[in-house]
Design a protein around this ligand. Structure first.
Ligand SMILES: Cc1cc2nc3c(=O)[nH]c(=O)nc-3n(C[C@H](O)[C@H](O)[C@H](O)COP(=O)(O)OP(=O)(O)OC[C@H]3O[C@@H](n4cnc5c(N)ncnc54)[C@H](O)[C@@H]3O)c2cc1C
Length: 478
């Protein structure tokens, strides 16, 4: 029994019928001051903070160090949906810039924080509950997946979510260990309580008058060296083969290739809901010779867990902790058809050249493949579909990630140029969508969605003045 969810306040956008608070012409700074003054008067100074220990902790809480360098004019710590509504009303009426932060794990610069604006932080909205009658989980936006899974384990249910990142994962669609059988995490939404940019709260479901918004929220984000290793070649070929051939909803594969301080490591995580790892599914991986862990590489290479039964929490623990902070982080994305094995080899070649060129800049650079089987696409369609709308399964979401060395405060422009070249060299296969949660802010993610035109129409309907696009950072293309 895996399911989701009734999720609170996940999307802040505008609605045509109630545009009561048009943005004014005040400068960004004074608009934010005005909003914060209003909010401190109406909500009080413990919910709306401009200085102090909790403010500082909130402003520097982001996983990506770049996002710890902003000083929001104030931070709102809502306790209830009504507080979020009040905050959005003030933000909208003053024309202030704003940002929303849930688990703080966005790699995108400026997407989960704001300078000269209002930051809404969900520190105090972390409830999770399970209703056996409706077989539904209710999550508040501040909860982390690890916390949700731990709290729900006694009920024998689990959310289709991530590890210890936050609920922002759902807004990009969300790729979970459970996705091959359950679809994108967002495919499991049952209802969403949404605060629109003007402060009005609506509940969107698949069948009510906000069904278009409900669909747009499933992927709409906060807008609404040189390679010559034969083992690596075998790993890439096995990954492409798995991606095009395996359509068993009980099987999950994650493949990651890492360059850490100039040393190259690869990892294949194989999981199966059943009593064994079936050889016809994972045999090509199991036959690849693995280099044993040594004291030298023990920080990046730990002995694999013994083959045997694992709980969902055990599976999550195999991925290490996402809580290390204090570094500048960057993500980028591609999507590769499993039928095009050469594209997997070429992607690795280009990525290896990229990491060799910039190895002195990185503490770690990685490339990962997450297969999206046909079963995942069908599970999503059976649950009403999402705006990502992949044409079919049998492809892999590709993630490029870099962690800059300690002391680096931004992604250097020469590295960004290298990344731009890498994205050109490793384009998505025709008609395959990029994954919002793991893309570069400049990549045209929405344009790659199967339902891009529909997403644009829904955006125009709910935010006719384009307030969200003008006042908060996030994906472009609407
Ligand atoms: C180490 C690591 C591992 C990851 N693993 C996975 C994985 O296994 N599967 C996967 O699918 N993704 C994964 N991701 C990507 C992850 O889904 C995204 O980074 C996601 O945005 C994180 O959500 P968050 O709540 O932690 O982040 P935040 O930075 O808090 O939010 C992310 C974005 O969503 C917006 N947002 C958040 N909450 C709201 C809200 N209530 N209303 C409106 N906008 C909101 C923010 O403004 C921001 O733009 C991983 C990321 C990292 C860093």
């Amino acid at each position: 029994m895996f399911l989701l969810l009734l999720l609170l306040q996940l999307f802040l956008t505008g609605q045509s019928t109630a545009a009561l608070f048009p943005p004014n012409n005040a400068t960004t700074h004074s608009a934010a001051l005005h909003a914060c003054d209003q909010l401190q008067s109406s909500l009080g100074s413990s919910i709306v903070q401009t200085t102090g220990k909790e403010y500082q902790a909130g402003a520097t809480n982001a996983w990506n160090l770049q996002n710890c360098q902003y000083q929001p004019t104030c931070i709102v710590f809502p306790r209830t949906s009504a507080h979020v509504q009040t905050a959005m009303k003030a933000i909208y009426s003053t024309g202030s810039h704003y940002a929303v932060q849930a688990g703080s794990h966005s790699a995108m610069k400026g997407w989960n924080t704001v300078q000269d604006g209002v930051l809404i932080l969900f520190t105090y909205m972390k409830n999770v509950s399970y209703d056996p009658k409706t077989d539904s989980i209710t999550l508040q936006p501040g909860i982390r997946w690890q916390e949700a899974v731990t709290a729900l384990e006694p009920f024998g249910v689990a959310p289709v979510g991530g590890k210890d990142v936050g609920t922002g994962l759902l807004l990009g669609g969300g790729i979970s260990f459970l996705s091959p059988s359950q679809g994108y995490a967002a495919d499991n939404f049952k209802a969403l309580d949404v605060v629109l940019v003007n402060g009005e709260m609506v509940t969107a479901t698949a069948s009510n008058k906000y069904s278009d918004l409900f669909r747009a929220l499933k992927g709409g984000g906060n807008r609404f060296g040189i390679y010559n290793s034969s083992a690596t070649e075998a790993l890439l070929k096995a990954t492409a083969r798995y991606t095009r051939e395996v359509n068993d909803p009980n099987a999950v594969l994650l493949v990651a290739l890492n360059n850490i301080g100039g040393e190259f490591f690869s990892f294949a995580g194989m999981f199966y809901r059943g009593s064994e790892l079936p050889a016809h599914i994972f045999g090509h991986f199991l036959s690849i010779p693995a280099v044993p862990c040594s004291p030298l590489n023990s920080t990046v290479c730990s002995p694999p867990p013994p083959l045997g039964p694992m709980s969902y929490l055990d599976v999550m623990a195999t991925q290490g902790s996402e809580n290390q902070r204090g570094s500048v982080q960057h993500f980028g994305a591609s999507a590769l058809d499993g039928a095009d094995e050469d594209a997997y080899l070429a992607a690795f070649k280009h990525w290896s050249n990229f990491t060799a060129t910039f190895k002195d800049e990185f503490a770690l650079a990685g490339m990962a493949f997450t297969p999206i089987p046909e079963s995942q696409v069908q599970a999503g369609r059976a649950k009403g579909g999402n705006v990502i709308a992949p044409p079919r399964g049998g492809w892999a979401a590709v993630q490029f990630g870099e962690e800059m060395k300690a002391g680096v405060k931004d992604v250097p422009s020469r590295v960004q140029k290298g990344l731009d070249l890498l994205f050109e060299q490793v384009p998505p296969s025709p008609r395959l969508p990029l994954y919002l949660g793991e893309s570069d802010p400049q990549q045209k993610v929405f344009q790659s969605y199967g339902d891009y035109e529909l997403l644009k129409q829904i955006y125009t309907k709910y935010d006719p003045t384009r307030f969200n696009m003008a006042h908060t950072q996030g994906p472009g293309g609407l």
